[in-house]
Design a protein around this ligand. Structure first.
Ligand code: NAD
Length: 262
């Protein structure tokens, strides 16, 4: 990753923070963009203290001008741009419910936070990547975008859109050597997960993994590193599902265990 400049939105916490550390450890110049400027700068300082190169920049991905300022800062500081992780996303699970009870303002905000921000970040980064001779855009989706659920209708719909958007970007800018892939984390132990779900809910979700443990931020960061690096140079328009095998089995698999012959 040396000689690569990488912008990570939502890089001050959880998965984004782990990716910032991983990218910097591999030699990238990292721009940590986050709503929480204090934590973004503290994270950048920690990377710098460890001998890496990073800056922390305030950004609100709900505002186009703010994303534009983030991308401009990256290019001003480091000369060009090769990697963009459109990582910010989520929804409020107390308002993002089933279709009949879902708060429509929350639906709009969720689409803006997950989808519009990814469209805008990519539009603003693409000209710089093309000028640099190529690049890699990594969009954070979720297993929530792969199938239906009883809750978080807006979140699942938005993440499904992120997955399809990834293919559009890959198709349109592949000829100019810009790759675009998505990563779909399953349940990952981060502040986002622990703040939104109870311990019981997290245990129940973990029970659906094929592997008997919950993923850590580093598990996703390692996948993002692969997608950012030239080791994945022939990979574009794809979704890598990193979920401990949660989506590897059909919904009837558990029931069928009961009918297994001895
Ligand atoms: N943790 C999981 O289990 C899990 C599972 C699937 C998908 N994801 C996805 O991973 C991403 C983030 O998850 P995380 O676990 O790293 O979360 P996190 O809560 O640890 O970190 C999110 C960061 O985004 C920042 N942020 C929030 N709103 C912002 C905005 N408008 N502009 C700029 N920054 C903003 C926050 O300040 C925070 O630093 C989301 O896209 C989420 O949907 C997480």
């Amino acid at each position: 990753m040396s000689n690569k400049v990488a912008v990570i939105t939502g890089g001050a916490s959880g998965i984004g923070l782990a990716a910032a550390h991983r990218f910097a450890a591999e030699g990238a110049s990292v721009v940590i963009g986050d709503l929480d400027e204090k934590h973004a700068q503290a994270a950048a300082q920690e990377i710098t203290d460890a001998g890496g190169t990073a800056i922390g920049v305030a950004v609100n991905v709900l505002e186009e001008a703010s994303i534009a300022a983030l991308i401009a800062r990256a290019v001003d500081e480091f000369g060009n741009l090769h990697v963009l992780c459109n990582h910010v996303g989520g929804s409020n699970p107390r308002k993002d419910l089933d279709l009949l009870r879902m708060d429509m303002d929350e639906f709009d905000k969720t689409m803006a936070l997950n989808v519009r921000s990814t469209v805008l970040g990519s539009r603003l980064a693409l000209p710089h990547m093309i000028e640099a001779g190529g690049g890699s855009i990594i969009n954070t989706a979720s297993v929530g975008g792969l199938s239906g659920d009883y809750l978080q209708s807006a979140y699942g719909t938005a993440k499904a859109a992120v997955i399809r958007l990834t293919q559009y970007i890959a198709t349109q800018y592949g000829p100019q050597m810009v790759r675009c892939n998505a990563v779909a984390p399953g349940a990952i132990s981060t502040p986002a997960l622990r703040d939104n779900l109870s311990e019981d809910e997290i245990e129940a979700i973990k029970g659906h993994n094929a592997l008997p443990f919950l993923g850590e931020a580093e598990d996703i960061a390692n996948t993002m590193l692969f997608l950012a690096s030239d080791e994945s140079r022939y990979l574009t328009g794809q979704l890598l599902v990193v979920d401990g095998g949660m989506s590897s089995h059909s919904s009837i698999a558990e029931d069928r265990r009961g009918f297994m012959p001895n």
